[in-house]
Design a protein around this ligand. Structure first.
Ligand code: DP6
Length: 366
Protein backbone atom coordinates (compact mmCIF):
# COMPACT_ATOMS: atom_id res chain seq x y z
CA UNK A 1 0.00 0.00 0.00
CA UNK A 2 1.17 3.50 -0.77
CA UNK A 3 1.59 6.10 1.93
CA UNK A 4 -0.29 9.30 1.25
CA UNK A 5 -1.37 12.30 3.31
CA UNK A 6 -3.94 10.10 5.06
CA UNK A 7 -1.29 7.78 6.47
CA UNK A 8 -1.17 8.11 10.25
CA UNK A 9 2.01 7.23 12.07
CA UNK A 10 1.40 6.94 15.76
CA UNK A 11 4.73 5.42 16.69
CA UNK A 12 6.24 7.09 19.74
CA UNK A 13 3.04 9.02 20.35
CA UNK A 14 1.21 8.70 23.62
CA UNK A 15 -2.52 8.14 23.41
CA UNK A 16 -4.54 11.02 24.65
CA UNK A 17 -7.72 8.99 24.72
CA UNK A 18 -9.08 6.83 27.47
CA UNK A 19 -8.71 3.08 26.85
CA UNK A 20 -12.48 2.75 26.50
CA UNK A 21 -14.95 5.07 24.90
CA UNK A 22 -18.10 5.55 22.85
CA UNK A 23 -18.50 7.56 19.69
CA UNK A 24 -21.67 8.26 17.72
CA UNK A 25 -22.05 9.44 14.13
CA UNK A 26 -24.79 9.65 11.59
CA UNK A 27 -24.63 9.63 7.83
CA UNK A 28 -27.19 10.03 5.08
CA UNK A 29 -27.83 7.78 2.13
CA UNK A 30 -27.33 9.24 -1.34
CA UNK A 31 -28.75 8.84 -4.82
CA UNK A 32 -26.39 9.08 -7.79
CA UNK A 33 -27.40 11.25 -10.74
CA UNK A 34 -24.38 10.11 -12.76
CA UNK A 35 -23.67 6.58 -11.68
CA UNK A 36 -20.44 4.99 -10.52
CA UNK A 37 -20.42 1.68 -12.28
CA UNK A 38 -17.16 -0.20 -12.68
CA UNK A 39 -13.92 -0.07 -10.72
CA UNK A 40 -10.28 -0.84 -11.45
CA UNK A 41 -9.48 -4.52 -11.22
CA UNK A 42 -6.15 -4.37 -9.50
CA UNK A 43 -6.65 -1.34 -7.29
CA UNK A 44 -8.78 -0.93 -4.22
CA UNK A 45 -12.04 0.91 -4.79
CA UNK A 46 -10.92 3.18 -7.62
CA UNK A 47 -13.82 4.09 -9.90
CA UNK A 48 -13.67 3.83 -13.68
CA UNK A 49 -15.79 6.95 -14.11
CA UNK A 50 -16.69 9.97 -12.03
CA UNK A 51 -20.07 10.14 -10.34
CA UNK A 52 -22.25 12.76 -8.67
CA UNK A 53 -25.01 12.29 -6.15
CA UNK A 54 -27.44 14.11 -3.93
CA UNK A 55 -27.32 13.18 -0.26
CA UNK A 56 -30.79 12.40 0.99
CA UNK A 57 -32.67 14.04 3.83
CA UNK A 58 -34.48 11.86 6.40
CA UNK A 59 -32.79 8.67 5.16
CA UNK A 60 -29.75 7.97 7.32
CA UNK A 61 -27.81 5.57 9.53
CA UNK A 62 -26.82 6.23 13.13
CA UNK A 63 -23.80 4.30 14.43
CA UNK A 64 -22.43 4.02 17.95
CA UNK A 65 -18.88 2.73 18.06
CA UNK A 66 -17.72 1.40 21.42
CA UNK A 67 -13.96 0.93 21.57
CA UNK A 68 -12.15 -1.03 24.26
CA UNK A 69 -8.43 -1.40 24.66
CA UNK A 70 -7.29 -4.83 23.49
CA UNK A 71 -5.82 -7.18 26.06
CA UNK A 72 -5.01 -9.93 23.54
CA UNK A 73 -3.69 -9.59 20.04
CA UNK A 74 -6.81 -10.90 18.26
CA UNK A 75 -9.30 -8.31 17.08
CA UNK A 76 -12.84 -8.79 18.33
CA UNK A 77 -15.75 -7.05 16.64
CA UNK A 78 -19.41 -7.41 17.53
CA UNK A 79 -22.16 -5.83 15.47
CA UNK A 80 -25.70 -5.01 16.53
CA UNK A 81 -28.25 -3.83 14.01
CA UNK A 82 -31.46 -2.36 15.44
CA UNK A 83 -30.66 -4.02 18.75
CA UNK A 84 -30.03 -7.50 17.34
CA UNK A 85 -26.58 -9.05 17.07
CA UNK A 86 -25.62 -9.62 13.41
CA UNK A 87 -22.70 -11.97 12.91
CA UNK A 88 -23.39 -11.93 9.15
CA UNK A 89 -22.22 -8.28 8.98
CA UNK A 90 -18.82 -9.08 10.48
CA UNK A 91 -16.85 -10.26 7.40
CA UNK A 92 -17.55 -6.99 5.50
CA UNK A 93 -16.62 -4.90 8.53
CA UNK A 94 -13.47 -6.95 9.18
CA UNK A 95 -12.44 -6.42 5.56
CA UNK A 96 -13.06 -2.69 5.99
CA UNK A 97 -11.00 -2.55 9.21
CA UNK A 98 -8.26 -4.49 7.52
CA UNK A 99 -8.18 -2.03 4.58
CA UNK A 100 -8.15 1.07 6.74
CA UNK A 101 -5.72 -0.19 9.39
CA UNK A 102 -2.78 0.94 7.26
CA UNK A 103 -4.08 4.52 7.41
CA UNK A 104 -5.43 4.37 10.97
CA UNK A 105 -2.96 2.14 12.78
CA UNK A 106 -4.46 3.07 16.16
CA UNK A 107 -7.49 0.84 15.47
CA UNK A 108 -5.23 -2.18 15.94
CA UNK A 109 -5.15 -1.42 19.66
CA UNK A 110 -8.86 -1.78 20.24
CA UNK A 111 -11.76 -4.18 20.14
CA UNK A 112 -15.02 -2.77 18.86
CA UNK A 113 -18.72 -3.07 19.39
CA UNK A 114 -20.77 -1.44 16.64
CA UNK A 115 -24.40 -0.58 17.29
CA UNK A 116 -26.27 0.77 14.33
CA UNK A 117 -29.74 1.53 13.01
CA UNK A 118 -31.26 3.05 9.90
CA UNK A 119 -34.12 5.53 9.77
CA UNK A 120 -35.41 3.65 6.75
CA UNK A 121 -36.79 0.13 6.94
CA UNK A 122 -34.24 -2.66 6.62
CA UNK A 123 -34.50 -4.55 3.30
CA UNK A 124 -36.44 -1.59 1.93
CA UNK A 125 -34.17 -1.66 -1.08
CA UNK A 126 -32.44 1.60 -0.15
CA UNK A 127 -28.72 0.95 -0.29
CA UNK A 128 -27.60 1.02 3.31
CA UNK A 129 -23.91 0.36 2.68
CA UNK A 130 -23.34 4.01 1.67
CA UNK A 131 -24.77 5.50 4.86
CA UNK A 132 -23.48 2.75 7.16
CA UNK A 133 -19.89 2.72 5.89
CA UNK A 134 -19.84 6.48 5.90
CA UNK A 135 -21.14 6.63 9.49
CA UNK A 136 -18.51 4.11 10.56
CA UNK A 137 -15.74 6.07 8.83
CA UNK A 138 -16.87 9.22 10.66
CA UNK A 139 -16.69 7.33 13.99
CA UNK A 140 -13.12 6.21 13.21
CA UNK A 141 -12.15 9.76 12.36
CA UNK A 142 -13.58 10.93 15.68
CA UNK A 143 -11.10 8.57 17.37
CA UNK A 144 -8.32 10.09 15.27
CA UNK A 145 -9.52 13.55 16.28
CA UNK A 146 -9.05 12.56 19.93
CA UNK A 147 -5.46 11.60 19.13
CA UNK A 148 -4.67 14.67 17.05
CA UNK A 149 -6.29 17.74 18.57
CA UNK A 150 -5.08 19.95 15.79
CA UNK A 151 -6.84 17.96 13.07
CA UNK A 152 -8.62 20.43 10.80
CA UNK A 153 -12.24 19.94 9.73
CA UNK A 154 -11.31 19.90 6.05
CA UNK A 155 -8.80 17.08 6.60
CA UNK A 156 -11.23 15.26 8.90
CA UNK A 157 -13.91 15.15 6.19
CA UNK A 158 -11.51 14.30 3.35
CA UNK A 159 -10.02 11.42 5.28
CA UNK A 160 -13.47 10.24 6.43
CA UNK A 161 -14.48 10.14 2.76
CA UNK A 162 -11.24 8.36 1.85
CA UNK A 163 -11.89 5.70 4.52
CA UNK A 164 -15.58 5.35 3.65
CA UNK A 165 -14.59 4.67 0.04
CA UNK A 166 -12.58 1.68 1.21
CA UNK A 167 -15.78 0.29 2.72
CA UNK A 168 -18.08 1.03 -0.23
CA UNK A 169 -17.50 3.34 -3.18
CA UNK A 170 -20.75 5.26 -2.96
CA UNK A 171 -20.20 5.71 0.81
CA UNK A 172 -17.47 8.29 0.20
CA UNK A 173 -20.11 10.66 -1.21
CA UNK A 174 -22.31 10.28 1.89
CA UNK A 175 -19.80 12.19 4.03
CA UNK A 176 -21.08 15.48 2.61
CA UNK A 177 -24.54 16.97 2.25
CA UNK A 178 -25.94 18.28 -1.02
CA UNK A 179 -24.37 17.53 -4.39
CA UNK A 180 -21.19 15.49 -4.09
CA UNK A 181 -18.67 14.38 -6.72
CA UNK A 182 -16.38 11.36 -6.60
CA UNK A 183 -13.91 10.39 -9.29
CA UNK A 184 -11.55 12.41 -11.37
CA UNK A 185 -13.23 14.57 -14.03
CA UNK A 186 -11.37 17.15 -16.08
CA UNK A 187 -14.10 19.75 -15.77
CA UNK A 188 -14.46 19.51 -11.98
CA UNK A 189 -11.73 21.18 -10.00
CA UNK A 190 -10.48 19.08 -7.09
CA UNK A 191 -12.31 15.95 -8.19
CA UNK A 192 -10.29 12.80 -7.63
CA UNK A 193 -10.54 9.05 -7.25
CA UNK A 194 -9.52 8.82 -3.60
CA UNK A 195 -12.28 10.78 -1.89
CA UNK A 196 -15.40 12.74 -2.69
CA UNK A 197 -15.73 16.53 -2.72
CA UNK A 198 -18.73 18.84 -2.42
CA UNK A 199 -19.82 19.96 -5.91
CA UNK A 200 -17.77 23.15 -6.35
CA UNK A 201 -19.75 25.15 -8.94
CA UNK A 202 -22.78 27.36 -9.23
CA UNK A 203 -26.16 25.66 -8.85
CA UNK A 204 -29.46 27.22 -9.98
CA UNK A 205 -32.04 27.76 -7.22
CA UNK A 206 -34.38 25.13 -8.72
CA UNK A 207 -31.83 22.50 -7.70
CA UNK A 208 -31.30 23.76 -4.16
CA UNK A 209 -34.16 21.70 -2.82
CA UNK A 210 -35.80 18.94 -4.78
CA UNK A 211 -38.08 16.20 -3.61
CA UNK A 212 -37.12 12.54 -3.82
CA UNK A 213 -39.97 10.09 -3.33
CA UNK A 214 -38.64 6.56 -3.12
CA UNK A 215 -40.94 3.84 -4.39
CA UNK A 216 -40.13 0.44 -2.93
CA UNK A 217 -41.49 -2.03 -5.43
CA UNK A 218 -39.37 -4.88 -4.10
CA UNK A 219 -38.23 -5.28 -0.52
CA UNK A 220 -36.43 -8.60 -0.87
CA UNK A 221 -32.63 -8.59 -0.47
CA UNK A 222 -30.95 -8.33 -3.88
CA UNK A 223 -29.77 -11.58 -5.43
CA UNK A 224 -26.89 -9.92 -7.25
CA UNK A 225 -24.88 -7.44 -5.21
CA UNK A 226 -23.49 -4.30 -6.81
CA UNK A 227 -19.92 -5.38 -6.00
CA UNK A 228 -20.43 -8.27 -8.42
CA UNK A 229 -21.93 -5.99 -11.05
CA UNK A 230 -18.95 -3.62 -10.85
CA UNK A 231 -16.59 -6.50 -11.60
CA UNK A 232 -18.51 -7.41 -14.73
CA UNK A 233 -17.64 -4.02 -16.22
CA UNK A 234 -14.02 -5.13 -16.53
CA UNK A 235 -14.66 -7.18 -19.62
CA UNK A 236 -17.97 -5.70 -20.67
CA UNK A 237 -18.33 -5.23 -24.46
CA UNK A 238 -19.80 -1.71 -24.05
CA UNK A 239 -17.66 -0.55 -21.12
CA UNK A 240 -15.56 1.90 -23.11
CA UNK A 241 -18.60 3.65 -24.53
CA UNK A 242 -20.27 3.71 -21.14
CA UNK A 243 -17.31 5.50 -19.53
CA UNK A 244 -17.21 7.98 -22.41
CA UNK A 245 -20.93 8.60 -22.06
CA UNK A 246 -20.69 9.08 -18.25
CA UNK A 247 -17.91 11.57 -18.83
CA UNK A 248 -19.99 13.54 -21.35
CA UNK A 249 -23.06 13.38 -19.13
CA UNK A 250 -21.04 14.99 -16.35
CA UNK A 251 -20.12 17.87 -18.67
CA UNK A 252 -23.78 18.30 -19.61
CA UNK A 253 -24.90 18.17 -15.99
CA UNK A 254 -22.50 20.94 -15.00
CA UNK A 255 -24.18 23.32 -17.43
CA UNK A 256 -27.72 22.09 -16.60
CA UNK A 257 -27.13 22.67 -12.89
CA UNK A 258 -26.03 26.22 -13.66
CA UNK A 259 -28.80 27.09 -16.11
CA UNK A 260 -31.57 25.44 -14.07
CA UNK A 261 -33.22 23.43 -16.84
CA UNK A 262 -35.21 20.78 -14.96
CA UNK A 263 -36.39 19.04 -18.12
CA UNK A 264 -32.84 18.56 -19.38
CA UNK A 265 -31.84 17.45 -15.91
CA UNK A 266 -34.62 14.88 -15.81
CA UNK A 267 -33.85 13.48 -19.24
CA UNK A 268 -30.21 13.16 -18.30
CA UNK A 269 -30.85 11.27 -15.06
CA UNK A 270 -33.34 8.93 -16.70
CA UNK A 271 -30.81 8.21 -19.43
CA UNK A 272 -28.13 7.51 -16.80
CA UNK A 273 -30.43 5.17 -14.88
CA UNK A 274 -31.42 3.22 -17.97
CA UNK A 275 -27.79 3.06 -19.12
CA UNK A 276 -26.77 1.55 -15.78
CA UNK A 277 -29.45 -1.11 -16.14
CA UNK A 278 -28.53 -1.67 -19.79
CA UNK A 279 -24.97 -2.44 -18.64
CA UNK A 280 -26.30 -4.96 -16.16
CA UNK A 281 -28.55 -6.59 -18.74
CA UNK A 282 -25.71 -6.93 -21.22
CA UNK A 283 -22.93 -8.13 -18.94
CA UNK A 284 -21.82 -11.75 -18.80
CA UNK A 285 -23.43 -13.29 -16.90
CA UNK A 286 -26.37 -10.95 -17.61
CA UNK A 287 -29.05 -10.19 -15.11
CA UNK A 288 -32.03 -8.00 -14.51
CA UNK A 289 -32.79 -5.88 -11.46
CA UNK A 290 -36.03 -4.36 -12.69
CA UNK A 291 -39.30 -6.00 -11.70
CA UNK A 292 -42.62 -5.75 -13.58
CA UNK A 293 -43.71 -2.96 -11.24
CA UNK A 294 -40.51 -1.01 -11.95
CA UNK A 295 -41.64 -0.85 -15.58
CA UNK A 296 -45.25 -0.13 -14.61
CA UNK A 297 -44.07 2.87 -12.61
CA UNK A 298 -41.77 4.12 -15.39
CA UNK A 299 -44.52 3.97 -18.02
CA UNK A 300 -47.07 5.58 -15.71
CA UNK A 301 -44.62 8.41 -14.96
CA UNK A 302 -43.95 8.95 -18.67
CA UNK A 303 -47.69 9.05 -19.47
CA UNK A 304 -48.40 11.43 -16.61
CA UNK A 305 -45.56 13.73 -17.66
CA UNK A 306 -46.86 13.88 -21.20
CA UNK A 307 -50.40 14.70 -20.10
CA UNK A 308 -49.60 17.10 -17.28
CA UNK A 309 -46.29 18.70 -18.32
CA UNK A 310 -45.11 18.21 -14.76
CA UNK A 311 -41.41 18.00 -13.94
CA UNK A 312 -41.22 14.50 -12.57
CA UNK A 313 -38.36 12.18 -13.51
CA UNK A 314 -37.01 8.90 -12.22
CA UNK A 315 -33.67 7.42 -11.43
CA UNK A 316 -32.78 3.89 -10.39
CA UNK A 317 -30.26 2.38 -8.03
CA UNK A 318 -28.68 -1.02 -8.34
CA UNK A 319 -32.04 -2.68 -7.79
CA UNK A 320 -35.72 -2.64 -8.66
CA UNK A 321 -36.75 0.45 -6.72
CA UNK A 322 -37.36 3.90 -8.08
CA UNK A 323 -36.50 7.40 -6.97
CA UNK A 324 -38.84 10.09 -8.32
CA UNK A 325 -37.25 13.53 -8.41
CA UNK A 326 -39.28 16.74 -8.80
CA UNK A 327 -39.01 20.39 -7.76
CA UNK A 328 -40.26 21.31 -4.29
CA UNK A 329 -42.60 23.87 -5.87
CA UNK A 330 -44.63 21.03 -7.43
CA UNK A 331 -44.61 18.86 -4.30
CA UNK A 332 -48.29 19.03 -3.28
CA UNK A 333 -49.84 18.04 -6.59
CA UNK A 334 -47.19 15.47 -7.55
CA UNK A 335 -47.19 13.73 -4.18
CA UNK A 336 -50.98 13.48 -4.33
CA UNK A 337 -50.69 11.91 -7.77
CA UNK A 338 -48.00 9.47 -6.63
CA UNK A 339 -50.19 8.15 -3.81
CA UNK A 340 -53.24 7.88 -6.03
CA UNK A 341 -51.68 6.41 -9.20
CA UNK A 342 -48.46 4.64 -8.13
CA UNK A 343 -49.15 3.31 -4.67
CA UNK A 344 -50.65 0.08 -5.99
CA UNK A 345 -47.26 -0.83 -7.56
CA UNK A 346 -45.33 -0.34 -4.32
CA UNK A 347 -44.65 -2.13 -1.09
CA UNK A 348 -43.72 1.16 0.55
CA UNK A 349 -43.26 4.81 -0.24
CA UNK A 350 -40.52 6.81 1.48
CA UNK A 351 -40.63 10.59 1.24
CA UNK A 352 -37.19 12.14 1.15
CA UNK A 353 -35.55 15.24 -0.29
CA UNK A 354 -32.26 16.53 -1.66
CA UNK A 355 -30.98 19.77 -0.23
CA UNK A 356 -28.20 21.88 -1.66
CA UNK A 357 -27.17 24.98 0.20
CA UNK A 358 -24.66 26.02 2.75
CA UNK A 359 -27.17 25.97 5.59
CA UNK A 360 -27.47 22.21 5.32
CA UNK A 361 -23.84 21.98 6.37
CA UNK A 362 -24.81 23.35 9.74
CA UNK A 363 -27.09 20.52 10.75
CA UNK A 364 -25.78 17.67 8.62
CA UNK A 365 -23.41 16.09 11.12
CA UNK A 366 -25.45 16.77 14.28
C1 DP6 B 1 -25.53 1.83 -8.90
O1 DP6 B 1 -21.00 1.74 -3.84
O2 DP6 B 1 -22.65 -0.12 -3.65
O3 DP6 B 1 -25.57 2.77 -6.72
O4 DP6 B 1 -18.09 0.08 -4.05
O5 DP6 B 1 -18.75 -2.29 -4.43
O6 DP6 B 1 -19.62 -1.07 -2.42
P1 DP6 B 1 -19.15 -0.96 -3.86
O7 DP6 B 1 -20.42 -0.52 -4.72
P2 DP6 B 1 -21.55 0.53 -4.42
O8 DP6 B 1 -22.08 0.82 -5.90
C2 DP6 B 1 -23.07 1.79 -6.12
C3 DP6 B 1 -23.57 1.67 -7.49
C4 DP6 B 1 -24.74 2.55 -7.83
C5 DP6 B 1 -24.28 3.86 -8.44
C6 DP6 B 1 -23.78 4.94 -7.51
O9 DP6 B 1 -24.20 5.01 -6.33
O10 DP6 B 1 -22.98 5.76 -8.00
Amino acid sequence: MKKNCFFYNYKNKKYSITPNGVITSKSHSNIALIKYWGKHNNKIQIPLNSSISYSLGKVYTVTRLIYQEKKKSNLSIRVFFSGKEKTSFIPKILEFFHRISFYCSYIRDFNFIIETYNTFPHSSGIASSASSMSALALCIMKIEKKLVYSLKEDFFLKKASFLARLGSGSACRSIYPGLVVWGCHKAIKGSNNLYAIPYPYEVHSIFTKIEDTILIVDDEPKKILSSKGHKLMNNHPYAKDRFKCANQNMNRLISILKIGDFQEFGELIEHEALTLHAMIMTSRPYFLWMKPNTLNVIHTVWDFRKQSNKNIYFTLDAGANIHLLYPIQEKTSILKWIYSDLFSYCKKIIESFCLYNYLCLLFWWT
